[in-house]
Design a protein around this ligand. Structure first.
Ligand SMILES: NC(=O)c1ccc[n+]([C@@H]2O[C@H](COP(=O)([O-])OP(=O)(O)OC[C@H]3O[C@@H](n4cnc5c(N)ncnc54)[C@H](O)[C@@H]3O)[C@@H](O)[C@H]2O)c1
Length: 333
């Protein structure tokens, strides 16, 4: 029986992974969360789908974390827990570095000292920063984050690399997610951030009349229709990517960094058009000025994860992404 710990399990992405892991044989799953941005309801939903251990625990509680890791001999730790709203990180950088960097360092220390073999880390395309010319973005593209959120994640990437050099038994998989979107096909789980800053759930809210209009920030970018292009990856495909990276590390392969995206993108206008079609609602779209720090295009070069692991994207379909997001949004009050 393999023992896996998931931090941040009450959150959006981790909950979709837990749902998929509950279908895998011979895995004992433990989950921790402090419910800072995650929900007890999500844990309760997951508990109706299968068995796992849940502990309400804040990663800033170093002594308790140390004892917890010490007592449970995990094989793999998948570390999602973080604060992830870019604009908040610019207003309150210290809080972001405390939660995303300091708390992660403590967790990594406990894991490395307790013989945990595999550590999978939720990183982000934000580590690349304002990429002007190199598309799609490779893992070897220079990292130059332009906000505290991106930096708080990049520090941890470096620390994982340094630690695995001195502790040869400690392996890592760093997953740089691009724009994660969509929801569980059974509509039991989905995205819910407060405040919501991601385009697809925001457009779903507008389509359902929860918000009056959607704003397009800048329509003079160097793209097909002047609006920014992003690589949207369905959250269930991303969950599968984690499972394949666990398999990759368990097979004794080397620690590595993997971009997680589909290798192509859609513009803001294309997303809005898709949501209008699906919802049959010609909702109001407002044109605003560009926001500082929004790159024209962010597209993952995903060749490495495709080549080195057994991950194959199954839901690379904007209509499917938007329709699952819309269906989920409709369940939220
Ligand atoms: N959603 C995206 O598009 C996206 C893109 C790139 C990277 N990421 C990264 O993926 C991870 C998950 O993102 P998400 O969208 O699911 O976010 P989320 O806010 O839904 O989930 C994060 C979870 O971590 C928990 N948490 C936060 N701090 C904690 C702490 N100190 N102790 C215990 N639990 C804590 C929260 O309560 C929440 O349940 C994050 O690390 C995020 O930075 C997300």
């Amino acid at each position: 029986m393999k023992k896996v710990l998931i931090t941040g399990g009450a959150g959006y992405i981790a909950s979709h992974l837990i749902k998929e892991l509950l279908k895998v044989d011979k895995i004992s799953i433990s989950v921790i969360d402090n419910f800072k941005t995650g929900f007890l309801k999500t844990i309760k939903t997951l508990q109706t789908l299968g068995e796992f251990n849940f502990t309400q625990l804040d990663l800033s509680n170093f002594e308790v974390v140390k004892q917890y890791i010490n007592e449970n001999k995990f094989d793999t730790v998948i570390h999602f827990a973080a604060s992830s709203i870019v604009s908040d990180s610019m207003k309150d950088p210290i809080n972001y570095y405390m939660n995303n960097t300091v708390n992660s360092i403590n967790l990594i220390k406990c894991c490395s000292q307790n013989g945990i073999k595999n550590f999978i880390f939720s990183s982000t395309a934000a580590v690349y920063g304002d990429i002007k010319s190199q598309h799609p973005i490779k893992e070897t593209t220079a990292t130059n984050p332009i906000n505290p959120y991106g930096r708080s994640k990049l520090f941890i990437e470096k620390i994982l690399q340094d630690e695995s050099l001195v502790n040869k038994e400690f392996n890592f998989g760093i997953l740089r997610y691009f724009n994660v979107a969509g929801a569980d096909f059974e509509n039991k789980l989905g995205e819910c951030h407060e405040p919501e800053t991601h385009l697809i759930p925001l457009v779903a809210k507008v389509a359902l009349g929860k918000i009056d209009s959607i704003s397009i920030y800048g329509n003079d970018y160097k793209t097909i229709d002047g609006t920014c292009i992003r690589d949207y990856i369905h959250v269930v495909d991303l969950a599968y990517a984690h499972i394949e990276v666990i398999n990759y590390l368990e097979a004794g392969n080397n620690s590595d960094i993997f971009n997680c995206g589909y290798g192509h993108g859609f513009s803001v206008k294309e997303v809005i058009h898709e949501m209008k079609n699906i919802s049959n609602n010609n909702f109001l779209v407002k044109k605003e000025l560009r926001r500082e720090g929004d790159p024209d295009i962010l597209i993952a070069d995903n060749k490495k994860i495709l080549k080195k692991t057994n991950w194959t994207p199954k839901f690379d379909d904007l209509k499917l992404i938007c329709s699952t997001a819309l269906k989920w949004e409709n369940t939220l009050i």
